[in-house]
Ligand binder design. Structure first.
Ligand SMILES: [Zn+2]
Length: 472
């Protein structure tokens, strides 16, 4: 399993996850700033007491102590000048400082706007930028220093990139800015963090969440329109992870997000040979989609079936073989619980704000719908295992249950398939083999065919039964 900081899965509810992808100006933005922005040319956000102070000179940009403390009336908000031309490339990143003051620096090939906000459970600092191509060493971000224990980076949504710094405790953002290239030095993104207290951290978070709530109140959850009456069966394929969330990483450096996207594309092609199917994907490129966004997508498309595709790691390299998971509040066993916990952390890794839900759905009709949907999902999982068995290696307990967030659509039968485990070298070889991909996609297509055949037959039978009631 990947190492992820612990957070109760229950807190990962749906209410405020973003629609589709991460927020640009998310909870608690602190700074939107660029080094050359001046108060004179920048329209200032009136909601924030602003005083644009001159940014520290490029001298000493590697030393946090060399930076003057932020003015008391931070945060600062300013609009950077328009940036055009070639996409900015990030070439190198480093963390310097100690447990009281830490600086994160990333070399860029050009100027960029930047906005920063913090999140708790676990403590994180989220740095949002327009799209940046990250060209960093494979191990960049695995280790930190001072107040930063690790960091991740990647695309969060179309045209938007994100860096998530994992903090060792409560911190405050002293400064965040981009220094223009100067005297042979590249442009640099600089984020200065100072040690804070939990109380101060939560105060800042509360203020920023209130502000976000006020500005985002008009955003309503999209209500799905009526289902199209075209006789098609809609299948939503959900390649796990994406963008800033790489998923599991094999020893060879192969990423789960890449493997599962390739697999989903192959499966889509196979399924589309059947003209009754309409096949949709929650993502078709390397972007991040929230767990809630995936579920909402399936619901809004009136999906008849939702399949989330993964290839995770699990401690113990002897764990291998395909496994099909369906939703249950109680996990089949410890392994199923761990896999679900790991998957449910995707939004946390990506720096998406998912505060506690105060509006838990308890409507009995939804519960009933969910029960029926879950039964269909179990039938599908069994079909899948039957078809996979002769074709691919299965995990010894091939059908497992656990509380996966992504399987929680009350009205869409949903299953999650672990194609194999990247922690196992033999599985890794298979997962990256085109022959294996083809064979497995054919088997899953057969399972989907069988599922719909039986479902249509059962529905016809139950309709015949119902229409016969009360007749002589
Ligand atoms: Zn996964």
């Amino acid at each position: 399993m990947r190492e992820r900081q612990g957070v109760s899965a229950d807190r990962q509810n749906w209410r405020r996850a973003t629609q589709g992808a991460g927020r640009w100006l998310g909870a608690g933005f602190f700074v939107l700033f660029s080094a050359w922005a001046s108060a004179a040319q920048s329209p200032i956000d009136n909601s924030v007491t602003s005083a644009i102070s001159p940014v520290a000179s490029t001298e000493g940009a590697e030393t946090p102590a060399a930076i003057a403390p932020a003015p008391d009336n931070a945060p600062l908000v300013a609009t950077p000048p328009a940036v055009s031309g070639e996409p900015v490339i990030a070439r190198e990143a480093r963390v310097v400082g100690d447990g009281s003051r830490t600086r994160f620096v990333m070399d860029l090939t050009g100027p960029s706007a930047v906005s920063v906000f913090t999140l708790d459970e676990p403590y994180r600092v989220v740095v949002d930028l327009p799209e940046v191509h990250f060209d960093l060493a494979a191990d960049a971000g695995k280790a930190g220093k001072g107040l930063v224990s690790a960091f991740r980076y990647g695309l969060i949504s179309a045209g938007k990139s994100r860096i998530v710094l994992d903090a060792t405790g409560p911190v405050s953002v002293d400064k965040a800015f981009v220094l223009p290239a100067d005297k042979g030095q590249p442009a640099r993104l600089v984020v200065d963090l100072v040690k804070s207290t939990r109380t101060a951290f939560l105060d800042t978070l509360r203020i920023s969440r209130d502000r976000e709530r006020a500005t985002a109140s008009h955003e309503r959850e999209a209500v799905p329109g009526p289902a199209p009456n075209d006789g098609k069966l809609r299948i939503v394929l959900d390649p796990g992870h994406g963008g800033i969330d790489s998923g599991a990483i094999a020893k060879s450096g192969m990423l789960e997000k890449t493997i599962v996207l390739a697999f989903a594309q192959t499966l889509k092609e196979k399924l589309e040979a059947n003209s009754r199917y309409e096949v949709l994907m929650t993502r078709s490129d390397d972007t991040f989609v929230t767990l809630r966004g995936r579920v909402q997508f399936a619901r809004s498309k009136h999906a008849d079936l939702f399949i989330s595709i993964h290839a995770d790691s699990f401690s113990g390299s002897d764990i291998r073989g395909a496994t099909v998971y369906t939703l249950s509040e109680r996990a089949s066993d410890q392994m199923a619980a761990s896999i679900a916990e790991s998957e449910n952390k995707s939004d946390i890794l990506a720096g998406v704000d998912v505060p506690e839900d105060t509006n838990e759905v308890s409507d009995i009709l939804i519960d009933l719908a969910r029960r029926e949907t879950k039964n269909f999902a179990v039938v599908f999982a069994r079909n899948m295992i039957k078809e996979l068995k002769p074709a691919v290696r299965l995990f010894k307990r091939a059908h497992q249950q656990a509380g996966f967030m992504v399987l929680k659509a009350p009205d869409v039968p949903s299953a999650l398939v672990e194609l194999g485990y990247l922690s196992n070298p033999d599985d890794e070889k298979l997962l990256t083999s085109p022959e294996w991909r083809d064979k497995t996609a054919v088997a899953i297509t057969r399972a989907i065919d069988a599922y719909f055949r039986n479902r249509v037959a059962n529905m016809a039978a139950s309709e015949a039964l119902t229409s016969g009631v009360g007749e002589p």
